[in-house]
Design a protein around this ligand. Structure first.
Ligand code: FEO
Length: 392
C-alpha cells in the first residue's frame, strides 16, 4: 500500500518511525476507546539501529517512515524489546530487507518467543548489564521480566539520557502529536492508569524491581512503546508507577452489578448511597453499560468493592462471572469487598460472588447481602445501617 508516512525527529538523529492505530477499539479484550500507537524508533549512528517494529498490519507505515530517513537495507541493529506482536509483528519483513542486521533480544525468553514466531533469524542474546556501542552512542539493556511478558526488556542510551521503555509507562492513545506536553495531560494519565490496571496490575512486584533498576539513571526522555513520549512530565509518570506498583488505594468505593428485574440494582443504589453517606465517594457500574477495562481501572485504586448478582439457573449472571474472572486474573491488592444480590429462590449466586472475591484476593468486610424478591424499605434501611457501621 502506498503511503506518505514520514519519520518524526524526537532528538538529533533519533526518529519515531512507528504507526498510529486510529481505529483500534479492542486490544485482546481491553477496550481502547482512544485507539493506540505502536512506537518504533530509528537511531542514525555509525550503526543504523531500529528499536522495535509494529503490528504486522502497519508494516507499510513503519517501512515508509524508516525509508524517509534511510533505506531499510542499511539497518545494522534491531532491538526487539518484547515478543508480543504489536511490537515484533513486522520483524521478519524488516529483517528480510536488512539481512545483515543483528536482532538483540533477551535470553532465553526473547530468543524462544521470536524463534517460535518468526523462525531462525540473526538473533543476539543479551542479559542484564550488557551494552553495545552503535557509534557515538551506547545502548544498555535492562531486562524487565514479567513486565509484562517473560522476555520484556527496556533499553537505555546514556549519551542521550533516553529510556526506550516499550510497554512500560505507555498508554493506548492514538495521537498525531508525539510528546506528552503536546497532548492533554489528564487524558494521558488516565489512559496510562487504564493501561497499568489492565496490563500491568498483576506485576506490581516486578514493576517495583524495574523501577529500582532504573532508579539510578538520569532520564530526560522516556520513549514508550505506546502513546506519547515523555519529556516534560517524566516525574509525574514515574511517581504514578511508584504508587500503582505499591498497590496504593484511596478511600473510594466501586459498586458493580447486573440485575434481572431491578432488585439487585436497587441494592446497588442503596450500597452506593450508603458509602457516600459515610463520606466515601462511590461509583455505580451497571456491568451491561461500562466496559470491564474501565471498571477495573476504577477498582484498581479504590479501597472498597461491592459486587452484586441475582441468581439465574443456580448461578451468578454470566456477565458478573466474566467480570470476576477478569478481576481475578489481574490479582488486585489491598481491596475490601462485599457481595450482594436478590433472588427468587435458591440465591446461590451471592455466595459464589463472595467466593470469587476471596479468590481474587479481596478481604470480605461484610456478610453477603441476600434479599429474596424485591427489597423492602426496612431491608434497605438495614443495609444502609450495616454499611454506615462498617469499621473501616
Ligand atoms: Fe504492547 Fe505487551 O505489548
Amino acid at each position: 500500500m502506498m503511503n506518505n508516512c514520514k519519520a518524526i525527529q524526537i532528538s538529533e538523529n533519533i526518529f519515531w518511525v512507528g504507526a498510529v492505530d486510529w481505529s483500534m477499539r479492542n486490544f485482546h479484550g481491553y477496550e481502547t476507546e482512544r485507539g493506540s500507537t505502536y512506537n518504533a524508533y530509528l537511531i542514525v549512528d555509525e550503526k543504523i539501529t531500529l528499536i522495535d517494529t509494529a503490528k504486522i498490519d502497519f508494516k507499510d507505515e513503519l517501512l515508509a517512515r524508516i525509508s524517509s530517513v534511510v533505506e531499510p537495507a542499511k539497518i545494522d541493529v534491531i532491538i526487539s524489546s518484547h515478543v508480543e506482536p504489536d511490537h515484533s509483528g513486522a520483524l521478519k519483513e524488516v529483517a528480510a530487507l536488512a539481512p545483515n542486521a543483528e536482532i538483540f533480544t533477551t535470553n532465553p525468553n526473547g530468543l524462544k518467543g521470536l524463534t517460535a514466531r518468526y523462525g531462525k533469524l540473526n538473533y543476539k542474546a543479551v542479559k542484564a548489564g550488557d551494552e553495545i556501542s552503535i557509534g557515538k552512542r551506547t545502548l544498555k539493556f535492562v531486562p524487565t521480566p514479567m513486565l509484562h511478558w517473560p522476555d520484556s526488556m527496556v533499553t537505555y542510551c546514556p549519551e542521550e539520557k533516553i529510556l526506550f521503555s516499550n510497554d512500560a509507562f505507555g498508554e493506548h492513545l492514538a495521537t498525531a502529536l508525539r510528546f506528552d506536553d503536546e497532548n492533554d495531560l489528564e487524558i494521558i494519565l488516565h489512559e496510562a492508569k487504564k493501561y497499568y490496571a489492565n496490563i500491568l496490575m498483576p506485576f506490581g512486584k516486578q514493576a517495583q524491581t524495574a523501577l529500582k533498576a532504573l532508579g539510578g539513571l538520569e532520564i530526560k526522555m522516556i520513549a514508550t512503546g505506546h502513546g506519547v513520549i515523555w519529556r516534560t512530565h517524566i516525574d509525574k509518570i514515574l511517581d504514578c508507577y511508584k504508587k500503582w506498583s505499591a498497590g496504593e488505594v484511596s478511600e473510594r468505593a466501586v459498586v458493580v452489578f447486573d440485575s434481572m428485574w431491578h432488585s439487585t440494582e436497587i441494592l446497588a443504589r442503596t450500597i452506593t448511597e450508603a458509602f457516600a453517606a459515610k463520606k466515601i465517594p462511590a461509583a455505580f457500574y451497571d456491568i451491561k453499560k461500562t466496559p470491564l477495562s474501565d471498571i477495573v481501572t476504577d477498582i484498581f485504586t479504590s479501597k472498597y468493592l461491592a459486587v452484586g448478582s441475582p441468581t439465574i439457573n443456580n448461578q451468578m449472571m454470566p456477565t458478573i462471572a466474566a467480570f470476576l474472572c477478569y478481576l481475578k486474573g489481574l490479582r488486585p491488592v489491598n481491596h475490601k469487598a462485599l457481595a450482594f444480590g436478590s433472588y427468587g429462590w435458591g440465591g446461590q449466586s451471592i455466595g459464589y460472588v463472595e467466593d470469587e472475591l476471596k479468590a481474587a484476593g479481596c478481604e470480605i468486610i461484610l456478610d453477603k447481602i441476600r434479599v429474596a424478591n424485591i427489597p423492602t424499605a426496612a431491608q434497605l434501611d438495614d443495609i444502609t445501617a450495616k454499611i454506615l457501621a462498617l469499621d473501616v
